[in-house]
Design a protein around this ligand. Structure first.
Ligand code: 3BY
Ligand code: FES
Ligand code: FE
Length: 424
């Protein structure tokens, strides 16, 4: 498949409530289009504020071919720039994370300040205008310490709606006063959309996530009406009643908890706080807090799990004692980076307040299990017998919401592109 017209035809042919056609999962041309139209135009979750706690702290992130550097300035603002020198284009920062004064290119020493302005360029002559050679800025927006970037010139404005809705949910967990306890980069052998689809359902949880299903309730996974015998409906009712009770209690303590669904927005997202099972405190194997030092000003460890899902590339779980964030970045049609970051209170001491093993084991195991599932889905999508199968409307509505959002973005792109040449 080479021509955008073929891709346009696939977009038009997409049947609702079914998986995507195989080329969406394995064609190089479609990954190029995804990088241009989705990752090049939308707000992408890339980091958390505690990765850059001090002025001069810098992290880099690769979004397709674009390398972006994030730098915290003396004024404590985080700015983002394309990680490309304006002299002969050398990559400026080659480390994943570092601490710097000015941004100094090691090739010929051009130096930029925290605003990206070129402040030193030797041997360029008196008539050389430094002001025309500043670093190219990238839009950056922190929502309660979750850092999103947008590579587009004019980013989607509805990030403000996401910020307005989400800040009251996230702020009590006080990301600014957290530290990174652990982070992991896992490469899944599948298309980024399979990673996202897999995250948007728990149909697969019972059979595949023995650790994650300890804190999560099976009643949250979704049953169809014919599966509801009397006992099960009773249990589901008890569970929904417990959600209502807990929501009332949490909201009376200043913790917004109700579901907010804005999945059809250009910057689509959804959130909800759900009770957890047994001790009900955290995503751990004994469901008790992993860290004794609770976040923010929390005193009650039993605050359930606040989940936040965003299109196109992230999800997050906030508990009373720790936070886990996930950033999804495509590498190749069949390779995707899953970057997971565990945050605890900045004063929590490893070995005293928490053990890294206990903190990370549920999601480390769950990630490995999901990677195996994504690999199987990718392998299947490459077989000649593959054809898009149906989603369950009881357990997979959010998978459909993701695919619907994705297809809509491509439709908008084709509608607005004058040349009709995709992936440029
Ligand atoms: O299994 C997953 O990857 C995520 C975690 C919770 C629900 N879910 C769909
Ligand atoms: Fe950066 Fe020459 S390429 S100073
Ligand atoms: Fe999973």
């Amino acid at each position: 498949m080479r021509l955008s017209s073929d891709i346009q035809a696939l977009v038009t042919q997409r049947e609702k409530d079914k998986c995507l056609n195989a080329p969406f999962y394995n064609a190089a041309e479609i990954l190029d289009l995804d990088l241009a139209v989705i990752f090049g135009q939308h707000w992408i979750f890339v980091a958390v504020a505690p990765e850059l706690p001090e002025p001069g702290d810098c992290v880099t992130v690769e979004v397709g071919k674009a390398s972006v550097l994030l730098l915290r300035g003396d004024d404590m603002e985080v700015r983002a720039f394309h990680n490309v020198c304006r002299h002969r284009g050398a990559r400026l920062i080659d480390e994943r994370a570092t601490t710097i004064g000015n941004i100094v290119c090691r090739y010929h020493g051009w130096s930029y300040n925290e605003d990206g302005a070129l402040i030193l360029a030797e041997h360029m002559g008196a008539d050389f205008d430094k002001s025309c050679h500043g670093l190219k800025p990238v839009h950056v927006r922190s929502i309660a310490g979750l850092i999103f970037i947008c590579l587009a010139e004019n980013p989607p404005a509805d990030i403000e709606e996401m910020a307005r809705v989400m800040e009251p949910y996230l702020a009590p967990h006080d990301i600014a006063n957290c530290k990174v306890a652990h982070s992991s980069d896992l490469i899944e052998e599948g298309n980024w959309k399979l990673t996202m689809e897999n995250n948007r359902e728990c149909y697969h949880c019972e059979g595949n996530h023995p650790q994650l299903t300890v804190p999560l309730s099976e009643f949250g996974f979704g049953f169809s009406p014919d599966e509801m015998d009397e006992r099960r409906s009773d249990d589901v009712k008890k569970y929904t009643d417990s959600i209502e009770r807990d929501h009332k209690h949490w909201e009376s303590c200043g913790l917004p908890s109700a579901e907010e669904e804005h999945l059809a927005n250009v910057t689509g997202f959804r959130t909800m706080r759900l009770p957890l099972m047994w001790a009900g405190e955290s995503h751990t194997l004994d469901t008790k807090v992993a860290s004794k030092k609770l976040l923010g000003s929390f005193t009650d460890p039993k605050l359930g799990g606040l989940s936040f899902w965003t299109h196109p590339n992230s999800w997050h779980h906030f508990m009373s004692d720790h936070i886990v964030t996930f950033s999804i970045l495509p590498i190749a049609p069949d390779r995707t980076l899953v970057r997971t970051t565990w945050l605890v209170h900045k004063d929590a001491i490893e070995g005293e307040d928490y053990s890294l093993d206990n903190l990370t084991q549920v999601w480390t195991m769950t990630n490995l299990q999901d990677a195996m599932l994504v690999r199987l889905a990718q392998l299947g999508s490459e077989q000649p017998a593959y054809e898009p199968g149906p989603y369950s409307r009881f357990t997979e509505p959010h998978v459909e919401a993701f695919c619907d959002w994705y297809i809509k973005r491509l439709q908008d792109h084709f509608a607005s592109s004058k040349t009709g040449i995709a992936a440029e």
